[in-house]
Unconditional design. Structure first.
Ligand SMILES: Nc1ncnc2c1ncn2[C@@H]1O[C@H](COP(=O)(O)OP(=O)(O)O)[C@@H](O)[C@H]1O
Ligand SMILES: [Mg+2]
Lengths: 358, 300
């Protein structure tokens, strides 16, 4: 399988502010790659650079094997969908869809064909003669996607396309984008700060922090084997529990708990020294199941948050605040005593100093 | 019954407001006073311009005309003398039209493109250019008057209408460019990016995307320029000659002419005629003007 987009040693600064530093990223043909990161980490900057809307300070961008570093946005074979939709307000939906084709000198009859086909795929045929102002948020975003669709591009770039929509529409359109990708099978690069979008849509996720890629991997790898403590904290909601302690001779000891690390899959050699031990709230077993776990203890419910399908329980292990997920059907109340347990094989251990996975 | 129930349950619903309160009396009193203050002179002018000279000599300036006549208006427009010409204000009117229209078109065309380039295409040296422009907005006119005379003379345009058009375009440039730059900066940047991805170039984006979205600011610029250039007196005196005088200069010459009796009615009519163009512009586009200013203020 070939590469669709390759980014080589990319640097980008705004004056003295370095936003991207020596960034390398290879994206496969037909891959759905999500760029995930906190606000301000440089996701949009990277996407704009791929699109040719920002000039690189150094480095190269290849699309379909062609070096497009100095190429105009319209000549790169990309289509882009923006957070604010960016529809031309004075043009009808049809005008919006055909603007790029007209600029490219596509014959009128072919414009009609392509606009019609895109409108059919996105189910906006009845809206073709409306102005953007007369559309709802979801319809606007469909038109924005259509604008990329009609141009028959190899690579779709999405910059937080769903973040201006309300929760219900967001999940609907998320599925539609996934369906679109299944159908079109072209490369999609999708920027978001929403981990649910990232986990649900991506073939691979690149987690960006301060202009650097912290981890590049499948959603499964990112979720189960985060390479840094930052990634571990960033992915998963509610967030991972962390214990600060020491590893000595295969045993993790903190102020509040002691666990044997039998069966933990070390990244390299089994190590020792100061470390973080992380365990996800959803990997904690309770009641009878807890007793089968390699580590188990009894806790008192401090606070609980019912969320329908599950209940989030807040408690302490020793003096350390700890939260875990409980089946929503199990009724608890403040002050209840419960036994809980977990398996270290589902946990993550990070070096105290470098915060990278051990 | 309902009334008493309401009273019993009060407070409930909207807070009752008194129409005659100290605040309202003060507010409307001030507004009415100020309106009268500004309307009285206009009233006197209109009334006087509709009277014959005998009536003016004997009468009260506030009294309405006993015998209404439009003679002074006709005279002001087509017969009043300035120097050797006795064709009234009409000559000045047409001169002003021939100065104002090209000046407005040229200055707005150039300034809007400047503003667009500054706002969206961060070209090399854009910041320096912008600084110089802002600086230009604060240099007193007087400093540039004589150098411009020399420049125009060298170009053979001194006292020509074309020369005056160039002068007006130059002096309008800093403030207009600033106005357009700020407006274009306030438009969503992603729209510009989308147009670039769609393959539109510098001019394509300007004409197809930016201009259609900027009607309010164009109206603001047109109003500023039409009134500014129409009302200009200084440049009209300096950079033209009697045949080419704009309306304002001619008005001054009619009103201040020393020959014969002072014809107040003709002077009043002439003054109103001269002010009619900016006045019409305000009335026709007042709403758009306010909207444009507001858009710039809120978004900028
Ligand atoms: N035009 C610009 N000039 C200066 N700094 C910028 C510019 N655009 C973005 N930045 C800075 O670059 C960083 C990354 O921005 P961006 O890529 O938009 O982040 P995000 O990941 O939220 O999309 C931010 O700190 C932002 O302040
Ligand atoms: Mg962004």
């Amino acid at each position: 399988m070939g590469y669709s987009v390759q980014i080589k040693n990319l640097d980008l600064s705004f004056g003295a502010v370095e936003v991207l530093r020596d960034l390398n990223l290879d994206i496969h043909d037909g891959e759905f790659l999500v760029l995930l990161g906190a606000s301000g980490c440089g996701k949009s900057t990277l996407l704009n650079c791929i699109a040719g809307l920002l000039e690189a300070t150094d480095g190269q961008v290849f699309i379909n094997g062609r070096n497009v570093t100095w190429e105009q946005p319209s000549k790169r074979g990309i289509g882009m969908v923006f957070q604010s939709y960016a529809l031309y307000p004075q043009m009808s939906v049809k005008g919006n869809l055909s603007f790029g084709l007209k600029n490219a000198g596509v014959p009128r009859s072919e414009i009609e064909d392509r606009v019609g086909r895109a409108a059919r795929i996105l189910q906006i045929e009845e809206l073709l003669h409306r102005r953007p102002a007369a559309l709802s948020g979801g319809q606007r975003q469909r038109v924005a996607i259509g604008r990329a669709l009609v141009r028959d591009v190899d690579v779709f770039l999405f910059d937080e396309p769903l973040s201006n929509l309300d929760a219900k529409l967001r999940s609907d359109l998320r599925v539609e984008i996934k369906r679109l990708h299944q159908r079109l099978k072209n490369t999609m690069i999708y920027v978001t700060h929403d981990q649910i979008e990232a986990l649900t849509l991506a073939d691979r996720i690149a987690i960006l922090r301060d202009g650097k890629i912290q981890q590049l991997g499948t959603p499964d790898e990112i979720y189960n084997r985060p390479l840094t403590k930052y990634v571990a904290e960033f992915i998963g909601s509610p967030t991972m529990n962390f214990f600060n302690g020491r590893i000595e001779e295969g045993v993790f000891r903190s102020r509040d708990l002691e666990i044997e690390l039998d069966g933990y899959q070390w990244s390299g050699e089994a190590s020792s020294g100061e470390a973080w031990l992380g365990i996800r709230p959803e990997h904690v077993a309770s009641a009878n199941a807890a007793s089968n776990m390699p580590y188990s203890t009894e806790i008192e419910v401090e606070l609980y948050e019912p969320m329908g399908s599950d209940t989030l329980v807040w408690t302490f292990i020793g003096d350390q605040s700890f939260h875990f997920r409980l089946d929503g059907q199990i009724k608890v109340s403040d002050g209840d005593r419960l036994s809980i347990g977990f398996d270290i094989r589902r946990g993550s251990i990070f070096d105290k100093k470098s915060e990278s996975r051990l | 019954m309902a009334e008493t129930a309401n009273k019993l349950e009060a407070p409930r619903g909207p807070i009752p407001k008194r129409t005659i309160s100290r605040r309202n009396i003060f507010l409307y009193g001030t507004l009415i006073f100020v309106s009268i203050y500004y309307l009285v002179p206009l009233y006197v002018m209109i009334v006087t311009s509709l009277k014959g000279m005998p009536e003016i000599r004997v009468g009260n300036i506030f009294s309405p005309p006993l015998e209404m006549t439009f003679e002074p208006w006709v005279k002001a427009w087509s017969e009043a003398c300035t120097g050797l010409n006795c064709d009234g204000l009409s000559r000045g009117f047409w001169n002003s039209v021939r100065i104002t229209i090209p000046s407005v078109v040229v200055s707005i065309a150039i300034a809007s493109i400047n503003g667009y380039a500054l706002a969206n295409w961060r070209f090399k040296g854009a910041n320096l250019f912008f600084t110089i422009l802002i600086f230009g907005a604060f240099i007193p006119y007087q400093v540039m008057i004589y150098p411009l005379v020399i420049m125009l003379r060298e170009m053979g345009l001194y006292t020509k209408l074309t020369g005056l058009v160039i002068v007006h375009s130059i002096f309008g440039m800093p403030i207009l460019t600033l106005l357009f730059r700020n407006y274009f900066t306030s438009l969503p940047e992603e729209l510009f990016k989308a147009a670039r991805v769609d393959g539109a170039g510098f001019w394509g984006i300007y004409f197809r995307i930016m201009m259609p979205m900027s009607l309010p600011i164009f109206v603001v610029a047109i109003i500023l320029q039409v009134t500014g250039i129409w009302n200009d007196f200084l440049f009209g005196v300096i950079y033209s000659k009697p045949d080419n005088y704009p309306m304002t200069v001619q008005l001054n010459n009619i009103v201040n002419s020393v020959q014969g009796v002072k014809e107040y009615n003709v002077n009043m009519a002439a003054t109103i005629l001269t002010g009619l163009v900016p006045l019409t512009i305000y009335f026709v586009s007042g709403k758009l003007f306010v909207r444009g200013i507001a858009a710039g203020a809120v978004k900028g």
